[in-house]
Design a protein around this ligand. Structure first.
Ligand code: PGA
Length: 252
């Protein structure tokens, strides 16, 4: 079964609106005529409404980097999944390691966010991945398994098959150290085996598992060619149109 690849940009807290506009124009004007993969851009909230406008009528889909699980209310500074959905956002990242570490988000809280994203009608891009310390102890599999079990495995198979998972080893994020294609494939195959065990072959085969962590123009193709790697979540290299376009080409 062939899974459609996804190449997703995560701008994080970068770029002014002006710079964001410039980057989106650069990406749109350089897009290959036949885009066979799904291309996604997750911009900062401030830019979201404008991003949605820019991407209308193009094959590129707007995403958010975060949301709050409650539908509305006294949560100063937060944005709900429903607000994002109604603004035209299609995907929302959840469980990113930066939010887990900097904002102390737990598996339980990420579970609630993922539920809210699904309830609003968006697709979650659920991030998981281990620290260097955990990998050095060779405990990465059980660590990632726990992240999946505590945040996702209460969903039934019909919901699970549409969730996008991004394996992002923390030691590879923003460090320039990319997981080797073998390391990525090994973890992706492990995640897929967990999904197959729990939900059966059909769901196991359907779920897209992206790799994230120093994906660049020159390593994207070999990573994306691994049998269980269905594209990438790209931080630093998505901030430059030429680099991001080269990564899209690798996913195409
Ligand atoms: P990076 O970030 O590509 O800059 O390593 C990836 C991510 O955190 O999603």
């Amino acid at each position: 079964m062939s899974r459609k690849k996804i190449v997703a940009a995560n701008w994080k807290m970068n770029l002014t609106q002006e710079e964001g506009n410039h980057l989106v124009q650069g990406i749109l004007s350089g897009l290959p005529a036949d885009v066979n993969c799904e291309v996604v851009i997750a911009a900062p909230f401030l830019f979201t409404a404008e991003l949605v406008q820019h991407l209308k009528g193009t094959p590129v889909m707007p995403a958010a980097q975060n949301c709050y699980p409650a539908p509305s209310g006294a949560y100063t500074g937060e944005i709900s999944a429903d607000m994002l959905k109604k603004a035209g956002v299609k995907f929302c990242i959840t469980g990113h390691s930066e939010r887990r570490m900097v904002f102390h988000e737990s598996n339980g809280f990420i579970k609630e966010k993922t539920e809210a994203i699904l309830k609003a009608g968006m697709t979650p891009i659920f991030c998981c991945g281990e620290s260097l310390e955990i990998r050095e102890k060779n405990e990465q599999n059980s660590f990632v398994q726990k992240q999946l079990e505590e945040s996702l495995f209460h969903f039934d198979g019909t919901v699970m098959r549409d969730i996008v998972i991004a394996y992002e080893p923390i030691w590879a994020i923003g460090t320039g150290v990319t997981a080797s294609p073998e390391q990525a494939q090994e973890m992706h195959a492990f995640i897929r085996a967990l999904l197959t065990d729990k939900y059966g072959q059909e769901v196991g085969n359907a779920v897209r598992i992206l790799y994230g962590g120093s994906v660049k123009a020159d390593n994207a193709e070999v990573l994306f060619n691994q049998p269980d790697v269905d594209g990438g979540l790209v931080g630093g290299a998505s901030l430059d149109a030429d680099n991001f376009l080269a990564i899209i080409t690798a996913g195409n």
